[in-house]
Design a protein around this ligand. Structure first.
Ligand SMILES: [Zn+2]
Length: 325
């Protein structure tokens, strides 16, 4: 984990490994401070607080959650008394997709030899993902703390004269996707609508929405983008993400027209220039999302998470690459 100053008053905490759950956080160090996303577990949240505390005068008054995923909200409880801001969908969605008890049970099952063996036989991919997470994370003690200041399309903050725009862009990667734009400083905190140098994992939403959101970021023309995952970038990060998604959708369409199931398609589609990105086998999720659209299924059709992690595992094995999430 490292802290970087990205403009006069904006900072980022970045997790260099850039694997699943390695989410970035942001800080706008004005008017008592605004923290953007709170890390995946309490140890990482504390480390983030420690890093930001080198530049802020006191614990921040506000927290923004860019969306409902666990890796962006599970440190919320450490910001006692802070106003937590998020899209109106977040409280219900967080209860659904960021239930800490489910993750705690999985981690204990993976850590325990006998339960791990049973689970391994059923879901090798889920176990592999769990083992990877155990290297860096401990989800014990997490309690879900929900946003209380909710908005629909847009929410604006005025921080000592600096405007901050929270713009709802979902659902493209998740239901509650929000980007945070600080026009005066040329900064966008993109949350998970932008994965940088790692393969995007999209859950709820459509390709079209995601393209529109990336176009919006390009149009805002920030000097710096803090992605939800991966290193800082400029608008080339948004351009490359869009090119990746377009490539994936086009390749998926060819396989769909050939009658291949999505898992077989994911094994067949070449990584192309994106093979250097972290966890390239996660492309399965993007293929599956494209297939859902080709089949006219609703964008919020639920995922079978164990089966999804197993499919990524199978793609990595078929491609002869390291299993990585
Ligand atoms: Zn994330």
């Amino acid at each position: 984990m490292e802290m970087k100053q990205v403009s006069d008053n904006c900072f980022a905490v970045l997790i260099e490994k850039n694997r699943v759950c390695d989410a970035n956080s942001g800080l706008i160090n004005l008017a008592g401070g605004v923290v953007i996303d709170t890390q995946s577990d309490l140890a990482h949240a504390r480390q983030m607080i420690e890093m930001f505390s080198k530049v802020w005068p006191a614990m921040p008054k506000r927290v923004v959650n860019t969306h409902e995923d666990a890796d962006h909200v599970w440190g919320n409880q450490l910001f006692e008394g802070a106003e937590i801001i998020g899209h109106r969908s977040l409280p219900e969605r967080m209860k659904h997709v960021a239930n800490p008890e489910e993750m705690q049970k999985l981690m204990h099952d993976v850590a325990n030899e006998s339960t791990r063996q049973k689970l391994q036989a059923l879901h090798p991919g889920l176990v592999a993902a769990g083992q990877q997470l155990l290297e860096d994370y401990n989800f014990d003690g997490i309690k879900l703390v929900l946003p209380t200041t909710l908005f629909d399309a847009r929410y604006e903050l005025n921080l000592d004269g600096t405007e901050v725009h929270l713009i709802y862009v979902g659902p493209c990667h998740q239901v509650g996707d929000t980007i945070i734009h600080v026009p005066k400083e040329g900064v966008v905190f993109a949350g998970d609508v932008l994965f940088r140098l790692c393969t995007p994992m999209g859950w709820v939403g459509t390709y079209e929405k995601w393209f529109h959101c990336l176009d919006l970021i390009i149009q805002l023309n920030p000097k710096v983008i803090v992605p939800g995952h991966g290193p800082l970038c400029g608008i080339e990060g948004a351009t490359e993400m869009k090119a990746y998604l377009q490539y994936l959708r086009d390749e998926s369409k060819k396989c769909f027209n050939d009658g291949l199931p999505s898992l077989e398609a994911a094994k067949r589609i070449e990584f192309g220039p994106y093979g250097e990105w972290r966890a390239p086998a996660r492309l399965y999720m993007n293929v599956e999302r494209a297939y859902r659209e080709f089949r006219s299924e609703p964008p919020d059709a639920p995922w079978n998470t164990p089966a999804t992690f197993d499919a990524i595992y199978e793609v990595a094995k078929a491609k002869g690459i390291e299993v990585e999430y």
